[in-house]
Design a protein. Structure first.
Length: 63
C-alpha cells in the first residue's frame, strides 16, 4: 500500500464506515492513544479530519 501513516478514527462506527469503503472485510483495533501521548508520540490531524500517526507500537494496542 502507499500509506505513509496509520489512520485513526475517533470511534468504532467511523472506523467501520471507513473500512467498508475499501473492502468488505476489516479488523478494528483499539489503540491507547492517551498512553501514546504521555510517551510523546506525535499525532496529526489531516485536512479531511482524519487522525494520523507514524507508527503504533504494539504495547498500545488493546486486546
Amino acid at each position: 500500500m502507499n500509506r505513509q501513516h496509520v489512520h485513526l478514527s475517533a470511534d468504532v462506527e467511523t472506523a467501520k464506515n471507513v473500512a467498508t469503503r475499501h473492502s468488505g472485510k476489516y479488523i478494528i483495533l483499539e489503540i491507547d492513544t492517551e498512553s501514546m501521548l504521555k510517551e510523546n508520540c506525535k499525532f496529526y490531524l489531516s485536512e479531511n479530519k482524519v487522525w494520523l500517526t507514524d507508527f503504533v507500537p504494539s504495547k498500545f494496542i488493546k486486546f
